[in-house]
Design a protein around this ligand. Structure first.
Ligand code: ADP
Ligand code: ZN
Ligand code: ZN
Length: 726
């Protein structure tokens, strides 16, 4: 076919591709997904070939030819998926295609950095014999052989351990005493430090049944559902089921994708996959260097590796002959991308599974209402769960502080018993408010409509929405008074209170401040794991990605904090959070208990979580969603407006809302614009649409937004569309 349909890689929204180009004879081997450099008006752009055609609306001789074809390209089978994401999430084809291209394409950063290659050496039987048989060996040669007896080492490790340089290694190899090979250095953040057993345990009957159901689907048995929900509390053996299912897919010649929440939070799970799958395993994550990411991508694309483990973006991994997609912790909010395109990896996984005829397994202890409603369930055994004790903070004496006397008593008991406790609070820093007791002055962010948070450790006031930081004042900047009150509590204050009362028992704090450096998160968990008796205090991070049998108490200090978010998913989030934390206590022989401090003991989420009752919670929640016309009984589309000048936002938001009220299809309801607020010195307003017909609604929104992309008076207003907002 003589015509190429090329979608330019550009951020401009107003450009409506694809554009036609003539295919030169020299570019016969172009495929869908190939990247070409094309003339575009006076410019040159990179573009992706998305289709071929026999004819164009323009005469052939008026069409331009691509200037060159690049080596890199998207896998042809993923081009459609990238374009689907663009349509589904009201983004541009360029942004959608970027998701399926090799890392680094078209970003202007040029060629990806070269793969790091490392020379690895291993001792051979002849080398062993040489050592014991008194063969003549140089000092360095002998030292190198001795060192290699303990196991394979890299050239660099040998050099630093025994001073054996490459020259020494080459001589040993020439004498047939060692074998060397090049290996690509592969690293996975947080995963490399941990090792995990590679043996397969004998599956429990429920695990076996779940695996059989998945295998039946892999084998294409009629009646075996293509999508399934694996429901089981933390520790009930879901990961073992995923591993067995992935192995079954591999045996059948298929590849697999395993999605996990932010990988830094699940080092133990990644280590288990690595241990079981060895070289067939690849990991894709934004914390990898550009070169590492490119390597892993190519290993998958070439078929050298066939299983990809990674966070949401791994749903686009170029796995060949995809047979299985697993979504671990499917309730986790990190599956939703915040920036454009605002895709939801769970929805993309579903689409990808459909078009590649793969099987989808979503696993969690706390399913989303939509999954509970739509997917057939595989149930793992219910484990003995610790009793949950609700502490009503409405009746607490305010002078006793953020930790209730009952919670203190339980913590004291942990210290006496020499076990461990986990304490969670939803806010980092020391205190969420700083006020002057004399004049009432309140410290808030100059760029955002929020309070500044007191961080005592660094002696600063910090905005948690923007980068604003200032030195914490000793006296009031308005009246000079030195009686300042730091109200409320965050992780730092709780850490200090615990240390004061429970010391010398070690207290470890885990939040995004202490876990900032590479590997810091895993280190804190490891130290907590090694300590004989200790408390781990932190934000929601403390409820994820670990398993410590010595924990006999877990406590959440502000279980209703997440309920106060103005979001229809607040109940669902709160339930998941309390249930996840509850699952961290009493895993060992000693049993355990859970304390939930709350101002809302009667909230459905908290009540059901305290009884470990997912089914009851979900039934009620689905009923509420239906009544209020929320997902899964409708689709949501949010439009975000922002600009430095308040009046511009005002004009854009009200204008678009008025237009949409006219053009939206029947069954769509437009709410807002909601009140103005300010973050990072930009004024913001939002409009929310509840829709029955998703496609028609997204279409109408796209029309309205794109017609404004060319409007010069709105140039400074950024308009973002978030489909299925979280
Ligand atoms: P989940 O993913 O639901 O949290 P895991 O698969 O991690 O559960 O299992 C929890 C623990 O129990 C792990 O240490 C795992 O190795 C172990 N385990 C799981 N299934 C079995 C089994 N069939 N036999 C023995 N140990 C098992
Ligand atoms: Zn004052
Ligand atoms: Zn701010």
């Amino acid at each position: 076919m003589a015509i190429l349909k090329v979608e330019p890689l550009t951020t401009a929204r107003a450009l409506r591709g694809p554009f036609d180009y003539r295919r030169p004879a020299a570019m016969e081997d172009l495929e869908v997904g190939s990247v070409v450099r094309v003339p575009f008006g006076p410019r040159r752009l990179l573009g992706v070939v998305v289709d071929f055609a026999d004819a164009s609306e323009l005469p052939l001789e008026r069409l331009a030819e691509p200037i060159e074809a690049l080596e890199a390209g998207a896998p042809p089978e993923l081009v459609g998926l990238g374009l689907w994401v663009a349509r589904e999430y009201c983004s541009t084809p360029s942004r959608g295609l970027q998701l399926v291209l090799p890392p680094g394409t078209g970003t202007g950063s040029g060629r990806p950095t070269r793969a790091k290659v490392e020379l690895r050496a291993e001792i051979l039987p002849a080398g062993e014999a040489a050592l014991s048989g008194g063969e003549r060996l140089g000092v360095k040669q002998r030292a190198a052989l001795e060192a290699l007896r303990a196991g394979e080492l890299s050239a660099r490790e040998l050099a630093s351990a025994v001073g054996a340089d490459r020259q020494t290694l080459r001589r040993l190899e020439q004498r047939g005493l060692v074998a060397t090979r090049d290996s690509r250095l592969r690293r996975a953040p947080g995963g490399a430090a941990l090792t995990a057993p590679a043996e397969r345990p004998r599956l429990l009957p429920e695990q076996q049944a779940a695996v059989e159901a998945i295998v039946a689907a892999l084998d294409g048995d009629a009646g075996a559902p293509r999508r399934q929900l694996l429901h089981g509390v933390t520790g009930s053996g879901k990961t073992e089921v995923y591993l067995a299912a992935v192995e079954a897919a591999l045996e059948r010649g298929h590849g697999a994708i395993v999605l996990v929440p932010e990988i830094g939070l699940a080092p133990q799970a990644v280590a288990r996959f690595r241990a079981r799958l060895g070289d067939r395993f690849a990991v894709l994550h934004s914390a990898l260097s550009a070169g590492e990411r490119y390597d892993e991508w190519q290993r998958l694309r070439s078929g050298e590796a066939s299983v990809c483990v990674g966070p949401r973006s791994a749903v686009f991994a170029p796995v060949r002959d995809l047979g299985l997609i697993v979504i671990d912790e499917e309730h986790d909010p990190s599956y939703k991308q915040e920036g454009d395109p605002t895709y939801d990896a769970r929805a993309v996984a579903r689409r990808r599974a459909e078009v590649s005829d793969a099987v989808l397994v979503a696993g969690t202890a706390t399913p989303r209402p939509e999954s509970w409603l739509e997917l057939p369930r595989l149930e793992l055994p219910k484990l003995r769960m610790p009793p949950v004790h609700l502490v009503d903070m409405r009746e607490a004496d305010p002078r006793s502080g953020p930790i209730h006397p009952e919670t203190w008593a339980a913590l004291e008991a942990v210290r006496v018993a020499g076990t461990k406790a986990i304490v969670m609070i939803n806010r980092r820093g020391f205190a969420p408010w700083l006020n002057c007791r004399s004049c009432g002055h309140h410290w808030s962010c100059p760029n955002c409509d929020v309070s500044l948070i007191v961080h005592r450790h660094s002696g600063r006031l910090v905005c948690h929405h923007c980068a604003h930081v200032e030195v914490a004042p000793r006296a009031c900047t308005e009246c000079g008074s030195t009686t300042l009150s730091r109200a409320g509590a965050g992780t730092e204050r709780i850490e200090a209170l615990l240390a004061e009362r429970l010391g010398p028992m070690p207290i470890f704090r885990l939040d995004s401040d202490t876990a900032a450096g590479r590997g810091a998160h895993a280190r804190i968990l490891a130290r907590f794991g090694e300590a004989p008796s200790a408390v781990l205090v932190g934000t929601q991070m403390v409820a994820k990605g670990h398993d410590f049998p010595e924990v006999t108490l877990s406590a959440i200090l502000d279980a209703d904090a997440t309920l106060r978010f103005p979001d229809f998913r607040a109940e669902e989030r709160t339930f998941a959070m309390v249930a996840q934390l509850a699952g961290r206590s009493g895993r060992g022989e000693a049993g355990g208990e859970v304390i939930v401090q709350t101002l809302a003991p009667n909230a459905a989420s908290i009540e059901h979580a305290s009884r470990h009752d997912s089914a009851g919670f979900l039934a009620g929640e689905l009923e509420r969603r239906q009544r209020l016309h929320y997902p899964p009984y409708s689709h949501l589309v949010r439009i975000n407006f922002s600009a430095e000048v308040e009046a511009r936002v005002e004009t854009a938001a009200t204008g678009l809302a008025t237009e949409l009220r006219r053009t939206l299809p029947e069954g769509s309801e437009l709410l807002g614009p909601a009140p103005m607020f300010r973050v990072r010195n930009r004024h913001r307003r939002r409009v929310l649409i509840k829709a029955d017909d998703r496609e028609a609604t997204v279409g109408a929104v796209r029309e309205a937004v794109e017609s404004r992309a060319a409007d010069r008076s709105l140039r400074e207003v950024s308009i973002g569309v978030d489909v299925d907002p979280q």
